[in-house]
Design a protein around this ligand. Structure first.
Ligand SMILES: [Zn+2]
Ligand SMILES: [Zn+2]
Length: 240
């Protein structure tokens, strides 16, 4: 009764174009179709999308994973980082716009549906940490806002205390090598006993070069983590 009244007073609308939709927090078909959602075929390890007309068998591998150079032990992203997904992501990251949170987490949950075929289901979810300085300035960690609904959906505890991040100036427009150098040593596992022997799912809003994920995996593995997975709402897809 109350929800019907609320729907009447505040009819559900698409958070992007404000057009009518049937449920709160969903996109209209037109806006939905503008995303470059990652489906099959994709790399079975890192989720790198392949051209739709390629038949690569049941367990396709991208050249990076085939060479054992993957940043994480397993990884998925909901969509490709392009002009359209950036429209959603940038306000989410910088202007405390939370209206897209539901869309993003729903899409991330869908992208993780193959997680049950992994050797191990994660024991812990860790959002990619922000430094205190940045957290203080922004007021929230956007990765935590995405990780919390995932933690609830999969019933996997979220841990925001075991890894700290030092402040470093923005990575802005650096190339892959510079980003990797800039991120090296910024994370510290402050509670190694919490991650030892655990399979961990890292959560972030976007994966650009993968340097952040790779560095987190390095320190978590050194602290004794068994495996490190990751999920991002969108990822940069370069030709490989
Ligand atoms: Zn729309
Ligand atoms: Zn791959």
């Amino acid at each position: 009764m109350l929800s019907k009244l609320l729907d009447f007073l505040f009819p559900p609308s698409c958070p992007i174009c404000k057009g009518p939709v049937s449920d709160h927090g969903t996109l209209c078909a037109e806006c939905w179709n503008k995303f470059n959602w990652i489906g099959d075929p994709k790399c079975c390890v890192c989720g790198y999308p392949f051209a739709a007309n390629l038949d690569l068998g049941a367990h396709p591998l991208c050249p990076v994973c085939a060479a054992g150079q993957n940043e994480l032990d397993w990884m998925r992203s909901a969509c490709v980082y392009d002009e359209w997904s950036r429209n959603i992501m940038l306000p989410f990251k910088h202007a405390s716009t939370l209206k897209y949170q539901k869309i993003m987490t729903r899409a991330m949950i869908a992208s993780l549906r193959e997680m049950e075929t992994c050797q191990k289901i994660p024991d812990l979810i860790i959002p990619v940490p922000l430094s205190y300085r940045r957290l203080w300035k922004r007021g929230y960690n956007q990765a935590s806002l995405l990780a919390r609904p995932l933690s609830q959906h999969f019933n996997i505890p979220m841990d925001v205390n075991s890894v700290h991040r030092k402040y470093r100036p923005d990575m802005g427009h650096k190339n892959a090598k510079q980003r990797a150098e800039n991120i090296r040593g910024v994370f510290k596992v402050v509670r190694p006993e919490a991650v030892k022997g655990k399979t961990i799912l890292l959560v972030d809003d976007v994966m650009t070069t993968g340097a952040t994920f790779a560095e987190l995996r390095r320190v978590l593995k050194r602290a004794g983590a068994a495996a490190v997975y990751g999920v991002a709402f969108c990822r940069v897809v370069r030709a490989i």
